[in-house]
Design a protein around this ligand. Structure first.
Ligand SMILES: Cc1cc2nc3c(=O)[nH]c(=O)nc-3n(C[C@H](O)[C@H](O)[C@H](O)COP(=O)(O)O)c2cc1C
Length: 202
């Protein structure tokens, strides 16, 4: 199945856990211009990876709610997500999104560092308008990605990135972005302390 030309789109993915509950995680699949084909690339070890390999179903959401992305990225969703009713078993559509796509994996490759699941869109819909481009929202998104990679990154790089992003949030953010950025900074500080503690005691 051809996927070119592709871009990465960052958003939220829901998958169904073995017990029927819903897993919500930020993911950055590759997608074609018309959003008809997706390439999901979950790392082994994540719940999303396990669920996708098991059921081969997921719902991808385009959203501008970067606070939700920030919280889900570090496994601390502060508000319980709500879902809109759907006819399709195994799929869970977040109410808090702009657009959603129910995906079925038609090709699964697990030999690389990440899995690669080529997906077709089986259904989709629209919930609300997208806010629009905003540098503070993008800053929160960047920091959310960084928060999931603290164990891999040198401390100076983390400090530099925070230093670069902070003015974007201060100049262009609303309350939600300011709070989400501060929340992530706290999580990153905690994770760095934990990393340093583990290094010192080894
Ligand atoms: C914007 C964004 C995009 C992400 N994209 C991916 C991705 O494509 N693949 C992946 O394995 N993890 C990705 N992550 C990291 C996962 O969201 C993170 O590891 C999460 O804890 C996985 O949750 P789970 O174990 O519930 O699946 C991304 C994180 C963010 C913030």
């Amino acid at each position: 199945m051809s996927l070119a030309p592709l871009r990465i789109v960052e958003g939220m993915l829901t998958t169904e856990n073995a017990d029927g509950t819903v897993n919500v995680a930020p993911m950055g699949p590759k997608v074609d211009e018309s959003f008809t084909r997706f390439l999901l690339r979950p790392f082994p070890g994540s719940r999303t990876y396990e669920n996708l390999l098991q059921a081969r179903k997921a719902t991808f959401h385009v959203t501008d709610d970067v606070a939700m992305i920030a919280q889900a990225a570090v496994g601390e969703l502060l508000t319980e997500p709500t879902f809109i009713p759907t006819e399709m078993p195994g799929y869970h559509v977040l109410a808090n999104c702009c657009r959603w796509y129910q995906l079925e994996a038609v090709e699964v490759e697990t030999t690389g560092e990440r899995a690669a699941l080529t997906c077709r869109v089986v259904a989709g819909g629209r919930q609300r308008d997208y806010f629009g481009l905003n540098r503070a929202k993008h800053a929160v998104l960047e920091l959310a990605i960084l928060a999931t990679r603290v164990h891999l990154l040198p401390g100076e790089e983390i400090d530099q990135t925070i230093g670069m992003l902070t003015p974007w949030v201060e100049k262009t953010g609303g309350q939600a972005e300011i709070e989400a950025f501060a929340f992530l900074q706290n999580v990153i500080a905690e994770r760095r302390n934990a990393e340093n503690g583990a290094r010192e005691s080894s």
